[in-house]
Structures are given as C-alpha cells and as structure tokens.
Design a protein around this ligand. Structure first.
Ligand code: PMP
Length: 453
C-alpha cells in the first residue's frame, strides 16, 4: 500500500484518516493501536479532572512498555555526526545524527570550548539577574560589539536574549500592540506566531513566500494609517527554502510597513560572509528587525535582536520575557564570541562551503525516491504526510540507525508531516549515502516513496 504525500492536500480529513488507519492496520503486528496517537488528540478536553493528561499518560505508558517511544531519548555525548542515544528500555543505539542544527559543528570546536571555559572561570555559572537590572556582564557587551562587527552594520544595536524563541515573542509584542497589525508568512515559526498573539495586534497571513498575496494584504490594511509589521524568515525552518527578502522588504517599505526577518537557520551559513539571506539578497541594511538565534549554527543557546539603536534599547526594556528573565549564561557568551571570530575567517568560509556541498549531495540523492518539497538549503525535509505515522516512523528510523528531526502538527499544517534532515559541515559522503539508504528503506515501509522506486 502506498500514497503520494503531494496529493494529500486534496483529500478530505475523513479520507486522510481512513488512509492512515488502513496503512497502520496493514502493519498492525508491528505497530499496535497505541501508535495511532497524533499530537492534537491530547490537546483539549472539557473535563474538570484534566482528562487529556490521563489519556496522554496511558498512551505514553503503553508505548514505553513496548519500547516504541523514540522521542526525548538522551544523547550520551555532544551533537556530533554519530551519537549514542539511550532508549527508555536501557538499550543504547548508535545512530547517524541528522537531527541537530549544529550546522557548522561549532558546538564542540576546541577553541569555542576553551573560550567558554575561560568565561566560566571568570564570571561563574549564571548571570545572576535580569539584564536590565544587575545581570549585564562585560562579556555581554563584548558579544554585542562582535555581532555588529560581524554583520558590518553601523548605527545599530543588539538586544541579547536567553533564547531565540524569546527574541521573537519579546520583540514582536513590544513592537506592535493592540490596534496595530502583524502580517505573517503562513510558514513562520511558532515563536513568531506566539509573539503576534501576545501583542494583541490584529494578525493577517500571506501565502508562503507569495509576494503578490502580501501586496493584496498590505493594500487592504492601508499601513499609512496604522503600524504594520511584516514577519518572515531567511531560511524557513519547516521547508528549507529562502524567504524572498529583497522583494518583501521593498514592497513592505513602499507600503509604509516594517519588516522582521528571522535568520535563525541562516545566520553564519547563508551569504558570502555568513551574514544570512539578507546579505545574499543585498538587503541586510534594510531589515528593520533582524532576529538571530545562537542555538543553530553558533552551536550554543540564546538569541539577539539587531535593530536601530533606539529600537533595540526600547526592546531591552519592554520585552517582558527579557526584563523578567535572567541574562544569557556568561560561558555561552564567551563561546559565542569565539564562534564569531572563527566564522568571520577562513574557518567559517570552509565550513560554509562544506555544509552547502553536503546539502546538495543529500538533496540530489534523495530526489528520485522521496519528496523533499521546496528545500534549497541545509534543512532537507522528507514529506511523509500523515501525522498518524509519526511515532512508528520515528521509532523505525532510530532503530535502523538514523536520528532525524520530525515535524508534525502544530509545527506544520495537519497531514503535512515531514522528517527533517539537518545537514552539517561535518557529515561525510559515506554518512550522507547511508542516511539516504535508510530514508529509502523507511519510505518503502511507510508508503511515502515516489511511484516506481
Ligand atoms: N526561529 C526559528 C525560525 C526557529 O526554527 C527556532 C527554533 N527551532 C526559533 C526561532 C527558536 O530558537 P531557539 O531554539 O534558539 O529558542
């Protein structure tokens, strides 16, 4: 039995459910009924006693007892290209690691570790206070300066946050408020959507990367009469394609709207100097609110807003998740400074070249057997569609030796589930080839291989 994920969109919900059930029923022995759970099945209940957590708990117990629960399994070491992971059964699996967005391999670079240790010795484990009160350390100021130097932007300032998620929620909710408007690409990350909700501004969507549709929305809003913020991404986390930043920035400014670009997955990797898709498309200086995360190619944690000085200083005070939360860890800040130094030099250039070549290899080898959607980057999604396949599929992949980054509803629309493969500069050709063969095997078994493969 097989189906084409590309045609799922044309089916009714009933038909999709029937298809998933048939597929799982045909493999009932391997995948008992408890694997039929989808994320939304335990999201709501009206009962007084929180029936959804009971339902979820019963399912979790059943799936764990049968050693079929593959999520949250701890790694026994850092995020290298092969890792040992500990399953709940106590078994240790050695797997190829395509599940971590440590794109340039900086999380375990010896010079980065040494710089982090030095900062740890000097400043201690935690920053000890909110950055607006007593938590700003000299190393934070150094990091801000290095970020601006790396980006080559004058007249801007940096607002540091302890997560990339918080940069989006904090920035958007302090930039737009009730009575204003936010216009989001349909595929933006949850943190942008949550920032919009938190802001209480009116939220509008445009079709993914569809500049014509954005113009229709902006024309209707008449931005000259209100504040409008358009939000998009450099490289999209769900699809691995690039935002059409040059067109979006030009159009939005023409209509008097401002633009937030989240370069979480593109900073250090995209662009000739690693300054992101904004650099690649020649609009880095024109982006009003530039969002960076340190959890991806930096190999650390935290994030930053880069904006004109007044704006960054305002956000420092008015982003509640920054003001009421502890400043970035000093050891992480020390490591990030070293990453910027390496990424600006030949080391960064070589790593960027390798990650791009590796991604091109992976995409081209997968092309004839599965759908990788519109990916054109180091994020390579493999579409499997039906949410009900998520748990058995992830379990199967892990047990056959491949760790990936599964994405299902609500991160993507229902039944547009996908395996995401994160390619890094450190993967070898042999590791990529092996991953392709394991994906092909899974695609045959779970019915998402292209016809004739
Ligand atoms: N923005 C995007 C586009 C992301 O993909 C993510 C996380 N995957 C975030 C923001 C949040 O970043 P962090 O993990 O640093 O909180």
């Amino acid at each position: 039995m097989s189906f084409d994920p590309a045609t799922l969109g044309s089916l009714s919900l009933e038909e999709k459910r029937r298809l998933a059930r048939e597929l799982l029923d045909s493999r009932r022995e391997e995948h008992p009924a408890y694997t039929d759970l989808t994320y939304d099945m335990a999201m709501h209940s009206t009962s007084a006693e929180h029936a959804e957590s009971r339902r979820f708990g019963e399912w979790l117990k059943a799936i764990s007892e049968d050693d079929a629960y593959s999520f949250e399994a701890p790694r026994l070491g850092g995020q290298r290209t092969e890792v040992d992971i500990l399953r709940e059964s106590g078994e240790v699996l050695h797997v190829l690691n395509f599940g971590s967005y440590n794109y340039l391999g900086y999380s375990h670079h010896p010079e980065v570790i040494a710089a982090a240790k030095e900062a740890l010795d000097r400043y201690g484990l935690g920053a000890g206070s909110s950055p607006i009160l007593s938590g700003t350390l000299k190393i934070h100021r150094e990091l801000e300066g290095r970020i601006l130097e790396f980006l080559g932007l004058e007249g801007r300032a940096v607002s540091l946050f302890s997560s990339g998620y918080a940069v989006n929620t904090g920035t958007i909710s302090s930039f737009v408020k009730q009575g204003h408007c936010v216009v989001l690409d349909r595929s933006v990350h949850m943190s942008i959507q949550e920032g919009a909700q938190l802001s209480k501004a009116r939220t509008f969507y445009f079709r993914h990367n569809d500049v014509g549709n954005l113009e229709q929305v902006l024309r209707r809003l008449a931005p000259e009469n209100t504040r409008v913020l358009v939000c998009t991404e450099g490289v999209f986390s769900a699809d691995g394609d690039r935002g059409r930043l040059a067109e979006i920035v030009e159009l939005s400014h023409r209509y008097g709207a401002q633009v937030l670009v989240d370069e979480a997955h593109s900073i250090l990797v995209a662009g000739p100097g690693g300054r992101g898709v904004g650099e690649e498309q020649g609009v880095l200086r024109d982006i009003d609110l530039l969002v960076l995360t340190f959890s991806k190619a930096f190999g650390g944690v935290g994030g930053a807003l880069v904006a004109r000085e007044e704006m960054a200083r305002y956000v420092n005070w008015y982003a509640r998740c920054r003001m009421f939360s502890c400043a970035l860890d000093p050891a992480v800040a020390g490591g990030l400074i070293k990453v910027l130094e390496l990424a600006a030099g030949s080391d960064g250039g070589e790593r960027r070249e390798r990650v791009r070549a590796n991604a091109a290899r992976l995409r081209s080898l997968l092309a004839d057997s599965v759908s990788t959607g519109v990916s054109e980057s180091w994020i390579v999604p493999v579409m499997y569609g039906l949410g009900r396949l998520t748990f058995p599929l992830n379990d199967f992949l892990q047990k056959t030796g491949l760790e990936t980054n599964i994405m299902q509803f609500p991160a993507v629309p229902k039944d547009e589930s996908r395996i995401r493969l994160f390619v890094t500069a450190e993967h070898t050709d042999a590791q990529i080839d092996r991953a392709v063969s394991l994906i092909r095997q899974a695609a045959q078994r779970f019915g998402f291989a292209k016809e004739g493969t």
